[in-house]
Write a protein that binds this ligand. Sequence first.
Ligand SMILES: [Zn+2]
Length: 379
Amino acid sequence: MIPWNFTHIPGMDLEKAELQKLANQDRIPHAQLFLGDFGSAVLGLALAFARLVLCEKSGVEPCETCTACQKSGRWVHPDLHFSFPVIGEKKTSNDFLPAWRAFLTQHPYGQPSDWFNQMGEENKLGNINVAECQQIFQKLSYTIVEGRYKILLMWGPEFLGKEGNRLLKLIEEPPDNTLFLLVGADADRILPTILSRCQLVKIRPFQDPEIAEALQALSLAGVHEATTWAYLADGNLGQAIHLASVSERPVAELLLNWLRICYTESGQKMVALVEQLARLGREEQKSLFQYGLYFFRQMVLSLAGRSEAIRLSAEEKTAAIKLSGQLDLDRLAEMIELFDESLRSIERNANAKILFLNVSIQLHAVMRDQMRFISTMNS
Ligand SMILES: [Zn+2]
């Protein structure tokens, strides 16, 4: 496997070109904040940039042959320090480096919650604590071991509390040849005093074709499915990767089949389908409800006479327009509420069989009532 570089990130040609140029310049700004959703290329670009800066040769990608590249490729370069939120008051980044290196490899588009899971601490929130800030001072006081620069890459500066103010002087006037690369998602949650000391590198969300291309390159989805996930993930590659990884069956097909059976069939077929849906993995069930919500919202666009704005593949778009022709806004609102509640119930580990049966019966009632209502109106 090739160590991480710019080529791993789909699209983003302009952003890459700028960073590649900057890495080869004599003067690099000493504090930069890479700002973009965690599911965007924000971490990936900062990592590739750090590796290129440390590479002993000049070029647009780390050369992968020099000593620096061999070390940075395994995230063990002595001049590349990492700082990130951890769980535990006395703990610091250094206590979790093996898990962190695995996270960089497995989830370069991951959310903080993915990282806390990786640490084995589900449902807990970490932070960048006082001990960590002290360690940053220590790390940056070492002399450079190998190259031109030493780099501190801080992921999640929004997890830095007031103690972050201890770092201000360091960020403003860092030791010689020291670079701060901060990688964050939410400017409103980053200390303003830190924000104002950094040069901003804004990273846009991915575009749908970039996400679709990445999912196919990772062999997570075929062309059609990849497009569906791209629409649903809305620029967030981390989310798209998650959706595609947990779903074994094409989600659009699953939803349309479910709606069809709830609408046309009674009893027997519905129960058989409920049993099938209840057997899906919890994450796949969640993605079915998420896709359902997305699909219903596209139907609202159709009802509003804005079909051109619908973001669905051709086949599903036709189905959405056709179905929305038989429903009104009130019914659609009921369906959206039903799926929204169900998604929350699934997250709370509700009994899947009972849940899917209830939802199916309610979908049937909502869609059939509407039909009776329309035929009364027309007669
Ligand atoms: Zn190199």
